[in-house]
Design a protein around this ligand. Sequence first.
Ligand SMILES: NC(=O)c1ccc[n+]([C@@H]2O[C@H](COP(=O)([O-])OP(=O)(O)OC[C@H]3O[C@@H](n4cnc5c(N)ncnc54)[C@H](O)[C@@H]3O)[C@@H](O)[C@H]2O)c1
Length: 396
Amino acid sequence: MATEKPKKAAVVGSGAMGHSIAELLAMNGHEVTMIDINDELLQKAKEKIKWSLDKFVEKKRIRKEDADAAMARIHTTTSYQEAAKDIDLAIEAVPENMDLKRKVFSALDAAAPLQAILASNTSTLSITEMGKATKRPNKVAGMHFFNPPLMMQLVEVIKGENTNQETINTLFELSKKLGKTPIIVRKDVRGFIVNRILGIVFNEAFWAFQRGEAAKEGIDSSVKYTGGFPMGWFELADFVGLDIAYEVGRILYEAYGERFKPCEEIIGPLIKEHKFGQKTGVGFYDWTKGRPRIPFNMLDEYDVERSWAVAANEAAWLIHDDAANPEDIDAGMKLGTFWPSGPCEYADRMGLDVVVNKLKELYTKYSMEMYKPCPLLEEYVSKGFTGKKVGKGLYK
Ligand SMILES: NC(=O)c1ccc[n+]([C@@H]2O[C@H](COP(=O)([O-])OP(=O)(O)OC[C@H]3O[C@@H](n4cnc5c(N)ncnc54)[C@H](O)[C@@H]3O)[C@@H](O)[C@H]2O)c1
């Protein structure tokens, strides 16, 4: 469906994500006003954008005059009224806290024209709740960029309970015009697609470590060198930030119950000691001397099929709940986390019967909900839709 391209935008919060989203919009011809709580933060954000644009010029990725024009399209203010009075779109990127986000949405709603779309870059929180803080819940949606937004290809476009299709179409088209690959999350489910699948894979690895089945270096070695993933799960958790991984894990547990039972014993003590991974210098690994070295000689310590099995199972739950389709799930994992394959295509290639058997074997051994096959997988297998070998599995 053809949709009007939003021209004037406000970006709320000029931190790690906000300043980069503002830069992306300005580079693509949008007038952008960044809002933050004081001028000093806004000034710092502008300096970061200037530095980044200069780098693009230096590397001959863009022309100097285009960089100057993009910079000239970026404005700053601490006033919602001033920033939002004539916008078509606002993208909120303030810290991950529902009370704060609701306040921001209410302020944007009061200041922005009625037809403007209000989007949130939240990683996990409810879009529906944010919409309820406004008088236009049909125009409130998720627009979840990955870090850094300028570089990462993926955007999750999320439909809240009250979001209308036109809003989703506009954000979908806008993402494409910004050079991104948007995927649609049709329901306001916690963790959306990428963080939800990553969450279950982390948990499987943490529990395997907790049970003493493999060392964390062994798990990461197997995941990287046997599985072909860009990072091991412990390395990646450290990279993302254990405080963030912990909080996302808590939200997933609250939303989905025992299937996402967190491995408190493994991650809890690190959180208490403020060992959050790369950003604090220590987490599962020591990062003080750079990226941890994952040993080559432990690549058989952990069965990577276990990661794939729980990932495919969670993907099946997303399909079962009509929250996403296999194409978007696979694109999400490949573009958002650089997986060598999507979990749905992997499951179809391996055979859904093989995946279900693996899950059942693990369920029998550990009696954990995480391994209980999703009813959709069981149904497909019982109907003979076992994947590529028969021409129908998660993909048709
Ligand atoms: N950092 C990531 O890797 C990442 C990735 C995807 C999504 N997200 C999500 O993006 C959002 C922002 O994350 P971040 O890492 O950029 O946070 P950040 O802490 O770097 O930046 C947040 C900014 O919001 C500002 N702010 C706070 N209250 C405000 C208010 N009332 N009005 C205007 N500005 C206000 C802060 O001063 C700060 O500059 C969060 O919802 C987070 O979950 C983060």
